[in-house]
Design a protein around this ligand. Structure first.
Ligand code: MG
Length: 168
């Protein structure tokens, strides 16, 4: 078994879409970044890369590469999954936390978990997404940005669940 953890944070700005776990959330601010700046996917991606000892997201998908400009981070996760599978491993479960003062994320969490489960080839109950505020403290509390944490567990062998053809 292998375990990995990931952390990411992006700045909230005007004129960008807010995408978390591949779900577009209606809000007047969005996350700034080279890709779609989906912090949740980035934290999960870094956790996967950590678990296989393959560095981090920035090394694999540099923000100087035009190929990744505004790319859906679910596509980045698909590519990372190829690396995981190439090592003869598959995810067992994922647990993640999004840290945001606003907007309220609860209504969107089931769809985020669904997207992650589809890309990672996991059953729904093996992907847990949580959201928390920081009660106004720190950069997330001041609504300057959104952060995400994730841990994943990998086990040897092929996935027990077939990854869906997500079409991301
Ligand atoms: Mg990022």
């Amino acid at each position: 078994m292998r375990v990995g953890q990931g952390y990411d944070a992006h700045r909230l700005v005007e004129g960008r879409r807010l995408i978390l776990g591949g779900v577009e959330i209606p809000y007047h601010l969005g996350l700034l970044g080279h890709s779609d700046a989906d912090v949740l996917c980035h934290a999960v991606g870094d956790a996967l890369l950590g678990a296989i000892g393959a560095g981090d997201l920035g090394t694999h998908f540099p923000d100087t590469d035009q190929e990744y400009k505004n790319i859906s981070s679910l596509v980045l996760l698909e590519r990372i999954m190829e690396l995981v599978e190439a090592r003869g491993l598959h995810p067992v479960n994922v647990d993640a936390t999004v840290v945001a003062q606003r907007p309220r994320l609860a209504p969107y969490i089931p769809r985020m978990a669904e997207n992650l489960a589809a890309v990672l080839g996991l059953p729904q109950d093996a992907v847990n997404v949580k959201a928390t505020t920081t009660e106004g403290m720190g950069f997330a509390g001041r609504e300057e940005g959104i952060a995400a944490y994730a841990v994943v567990l990998l086990a040897p062998g092929p996935a027990e669940w077939e990854p869906e053809d997500t079409g991301f």
